[in-house]
Design a protein around this ligand. Structure first.
Ligand SMILES: [Fe+2]
Length: 304
């Protein structure tokens, strides 16, 4: 049974809060929904917050939100996390006005926040210089042991496997909204490799490429067309904090879970097997390098 509806609220620590917030508005097309001395929350739709930047000494990912299907689903996830021995880091939701939420530490050290629906009380439309996305749609995390994280996402949170690489170095997990993946899990030093924004139009992928030049940010991969069962069009660039940001359009929705079967794809595609990019250009070295490390704020809170 799915406990998670879709990706939730993402919290990122940044070494330069004003620059990160300005770029999120002027390039990515977010608007600020809440602001304090040391943090800025942004949204691109009715949700009160999709991303929050927090001022810190170094860039890092503080927590990855997963929006549960109900308050009862939050409680069930909490019960399962406790009984499986995962450490509970907080019993508070990170977005004001959210009814329920807790944060726990996953197998590779990521802080996952399971929260009920973030309030939908923001302007549905607004003016922006940037390329306004529909929503934050997925994250790609790097972990030491891919199978361990897959099992946690499945057993604690009820997420489903959509596709996997033949050597199990990466795989894709989906939530109740049916999109092919809400979390991609990739073997590597633990961190956040990228987050993805769902574009409102395929042409927005080209508009964002034009925007990048004004911010002196090069593309790190794309435009291209992912294969497997995701079938989304993509661009990727690296932001000022080193996090890779994807723009994605057209990801497949799995309409009928009862007949869907995950497929196994070659991690090192041979000739004619190139499913990572159906247009044939493989990932660049820049794409393969790490994104954001994990925040040490939870560790510091423990010590204090
Ligand atoms: Fe992605």
């Amino acid at each position: 049974m799915h406990l998670i509806a879709q990706l939730g609220h993402l919290t990122i620590e940044t070494a330069n809060l004003p620059v990160a917030a300005q770029e999120a508005q002027d390039m990515l097309g977010f608007r600020i929904s809440m602001r304090d001395m040391d943090r800025v929350s942004l949204t691109s739709n009715r949700r009160r917050a999709e991303i929050t930047y927090i001022a810190a000494a170094c860039p890092a990912v503080r927590s990855i939100g997963l929006e549960a299907v109900s308050v009862d689903a939050v409680k069930e996830a909490h019960r399962r996390a406790l009984s499986a021995g995962f450490e509970i880091l907080s019993m508070e939701p990170t977005v004001r006005g959210t009814e329920a939420g807790f944060v726990f530490q996953g197998p590779s050290g990521h802080a996952f926040e399971v929260h009920s629906a973030v309030p939908r009380d923001q302007l549905p439309d607004y003016m922006t210089l940037g390329v306004r996305p529909a929503r934050l749609d997925h994250v790609s995390i790097t972990v030491r042991n891919v199978a361990e994280t897959r099992d946690m996402l499945s057993e604690i949170l009820g997420m489903k496997l959509s596709d996997t690489a033949d050597d199990e170095t990466f795989l894709f997990m989906r939530a109740a909204d049916g999109y092919h993946h809400t979390i991609a899990v990739v073997q590597g030093e633990p961190g956040l490799h990228h987050y993805s924004l769902e574009a409102r139009d395929v042409g927005d992928l080209f508009r964002i490429c034009d925007q990048l030049s004004h911010f002196n940010r090069p593309l790190v991969w794309g435009p291209g067309h992912h294969g497997a069962n995701a079938q989304s069009y993509f661009t990727y660039y690296r932001d000022g904090d080193g996090c890779i940001v994807e723009h994605s359009y057209g990801m497949t929705k799995i309409a009928n879970e009862s007949i869907y079967r995950p497929q196994v794809w070659p991690a090192k595609p041979g000739p004619g097997e190139d499913w990572l990019n159906l247009w044939g250009v493989p990932p660049t070295d820049m794409f393969g390098s790490p994104g954001l490390p994990l925040s040490d704020c939870w560790q510091r809170a423990r010590v204090a």
